[in-house]
Design a protein around this ligand. Structure first.
Ligand code: SF4
Ligand code: SF4
Length: 373
């Protein structure tokens, strides 16, 4: 869809996750590109149109991720034939730290998002997700670092930015991770970029991680049936995560398709090799079930269409787990049943200890500050 080139110079002065040499010591440039997700499938997912709508989106999402890697591999092989070194950047799931802190405040190995903003593949919307005018934010990023000294491409000029600051993305996040007023600033080379301040990344960790699904308004949910009260402050957020961790309920709605078969990743020998070298990435992928992503999926880069997506979500009902253990979609006109339905809260000793450790790790001063990774 779009391609750009970022270099050591255009990324100079940025946060640690734009350090190309961390990813490839000989790197001078990075090639970044985007591949679209299917926006009609996304509409069915947001509106919980059928019990299979999530599986349909999950297949599209994971297959697009695979295509990103395969495209990067082709470019890597081409550059190698020309005598340059190159290394694929895996879309998502690749983080620097995998200690207890790193699991919950993960810092990317290298940030495709910043590379793509710097090179004009997309521009930042209020959510901080990259987007393109008249298309929105429903695409995946892929890329690679290389020792080839390529010519950089320019960022998208402000007058071409797709975002009209409607702030719909703020309200599709069940635990409201994005501030609706304050901005966050990041410098990359000579350019300054802005997007919303994060109220707390742990809010996304809880909701996108599937540990809680009900929106603040209690009128709709993500695809997760898990339930925790909306946390009002930092302390409540940490407590919620410590309580919720490992209480992942049975995600699948009764009768739902299983979604993307993760073993499909390994059919490609280059991806299989990557997973062998990066077992943490493979572990994350294997356990992942998509239940949110709303901030990326709602925005169509056109106010009327974004509003339509928001209305689909608001009227989509909730996923609930009944006392008989069955999980189903409850439509808005049946919602009075929802009060009765909760996730069983039994804890094993191991989970109880894990909760204490998580709380301790997350309340250390240095982990509370969200850096600009
Ligand atoms: S929904 Fe899209 S257009 Fe509206 S504020 Fe968020 S990123 Fe910008
Ligand atoms: S993925 Fe979901 S939980 Fe995470 S920030 Fe986006 S809307 Fe919020």
């Amino acid at each position: 869809m779009k391609v750009g080139v970022a270099t050591l110079e255009t990324l100079h002065g940025g946060p640690p996750s734009v350090d190309l040499t961390y990813h490839l010591p000989t790197a001078k440039s990075a090639i970044v590109f985007s591949l679209p997700l299917d926006r009609e499938i996304i509409r069915r997912y947001l509106g919980k149109e059928s019990i299979h709508a999530r599986a349909e989106h999950e297949v599209d999402n994971f297959e697009t991720t695979i295509r990103c890697f395969q495209l990067a591999t082709k470019i890597r092989k081409h550059l190698k034939n020309k005598g340059f070194e190159a290394r694929e950047i895996f879309t998502n799931f690749n983080y620097r730290d995998f200690d207890i802190k790193g699991i919950f405040i993960p810092y990317p190995d290298i940030s495709l998002k910043y590379l793509a903003a710097s090179s004009g593949v997309g521009s930042f919307g209020w959510s901080g997700v990259l987007g393109i005018k008249d298309f929105g934010t429903a695409f995946m990023l892929g890329g690679l670092t290389t020792s080839a000294p390529l010519e950089p491409t320019k960022p998208i000029p402000p007058e071409e930015n797709f975002c009209d600051k409607c702030k719909i993305c703020v309200n599709v996040c069940a635990f409201r991770m994005f501030d609706d007023k304050e901005e966050f600033q990041v410098n990359l080379g000579e350019e300054t970029f802005n997007y919303s301040k994060r109220n707390d990344v742990l809010r996304c960790e809880i909701v996108c991680g599937g540990y809680s699904g009900l929106d603040k308004t209690k009128k709709w949910s993500t695809w997760s049936p898990a339930r925790y009260e909306f946390p009002k402050n930092k302390e409540e957020t940490i407590n919620t995560l410590a309580k919720a961790f490992r209480f992942k309920p049975n995600f699948l709605v009764e009768g739902e398709d299983g979604g993307f078969k993760k073993k499909n990743y390994l059919k490609d020998p280059d991806i299989a090799q990557f997973m062998k070298e990066n077992p943490n990435v493979w572990r994350l992928i294997k356990s992942l079930k998509i239940s949110c992503g709303n901030c990326q999926l709602v925005c169509r880069g056109n106010h009327e269409e974004t509003l339509q997506n928001f209305n689909l979500l608001k009227n989509s009902g909730v996923i609930i787990r009944q006392r008989n253990g069955r999980t189903k979609i409850l439509h808005p006109d049946e919602m009075d049943e929802a009060d009765e339905l909760h996730i069983p809260q039994k804890k094993t000793l191991k989970e109880w200890i894990a909760g204490i450790l998580i709380k301790r790790a997350l309340t250390q001063e240095k982990t509370i500050k969200f850096s600009k990774f």
